[in-house]
Design a protein around this ligand. Structure first.
Ligand SMILES: [Zn+2]
Length: 230
């Protein structure tokens, strides 16, 4: 399972310019995908309001959370599909999707990056889930399909025209995880475990040096383009 970066609260006054004044493009892309695939209904992202019953800003005041209705009154797929298919998918891809927290009100539990499920009620039994973006992914406007790049082709199918994977929309560096990291590792001849650790960083630096790039160990757009010939 791929686990996202650590949870970092949106509503503890950490943001000097708080609140923001619009919806996260990352969550807009996620909502579009989830509606097309599962008929989840977006009940809103940006809402300039404090947390319920408190004075701190809600994550919605940063446009940093989307409420996705799964109940039938929203035309949604119902809780069975949510739990069997949607929640496992969101958690499995939480790193690529930039998800740090999911509130599952009807089961009185929430999921948090770096922690897993926490058996504590985040709310009032609503028939929607609340999905929070990480800061790193807040402005990522690339589509979900672009981010969930396929694994490298097996040798058996390598004769078909290879498709260069698209840059995932954010730099990959130490502690990044996910499918894009696997692609980099496979390209560098490393074990593709999807975890950007010290070995991967050293291999990236070495490759950058050999290819006339700044050896910072970070796979940004330029390094990505050179690695995959895009
Ligand atoms: Zn919410």
């Amino acid at each position: 399972m791929t686990v996202a970066t650590r949870f970092q609260s949106w509503n503890r006054g950490l943001e000097p310019g708080a609140p923001y004044d619009g919806a996260s493009p990352n969550l807009q892309a996620l909502a579009t995908y989830c509606h097309a695939r599962w008929k989840l209904k977006s009940l809103g992202i940006y809402n300039r309001r404090p947390v319920r019953g408190g004075t701190a800003w809600s994550s919605h005041a940063f446009g940093a959370a989307v409420d996705l209705g799964f109940g039938e009154r929203h035309g949604g797929p119902g809780i069975a599909v949510l739990e069997a298919d949607i929640l496992p998918w969101l958690i499995q891809h939480s790193a690529e999707l930039g998800i740090q927290r999911i509130h599952h009100y009807q089961r009185t539990r929430y999921w948090e990056a770096g922690r897993g499920w926490v058996e504590k009620s985040p709310g009032q039994g609503h028939d929607w889930i609340h999905v929070e973006t990480t800061r790193e992914a807040w402005a990522d406007a690339s589509s979900v399909r672009e981010r969930l790049v396929e694994s490298p082709q097996s040798p058996a199918s390598a004769t078909s025209a290879p498709t260069a994977p698209m840059y995932p929309g954010r730099p990959l560096k130490r502690s990044s995880t996910g499918a894009s990291v696997k692609l980099i590792q496979a390209r560098l001849g490393l074990t593709a475990d999807g975890k950007f650790g010290p070995q991967t960083e050293a291999a990236v630096k070495s490759w950058q040096t050999n290819n006339g790039l700044q050896a910072d160990g970070i796979v940004g757009p330029a390094t990505w383009a050179r690695l995959f010939g895009t």
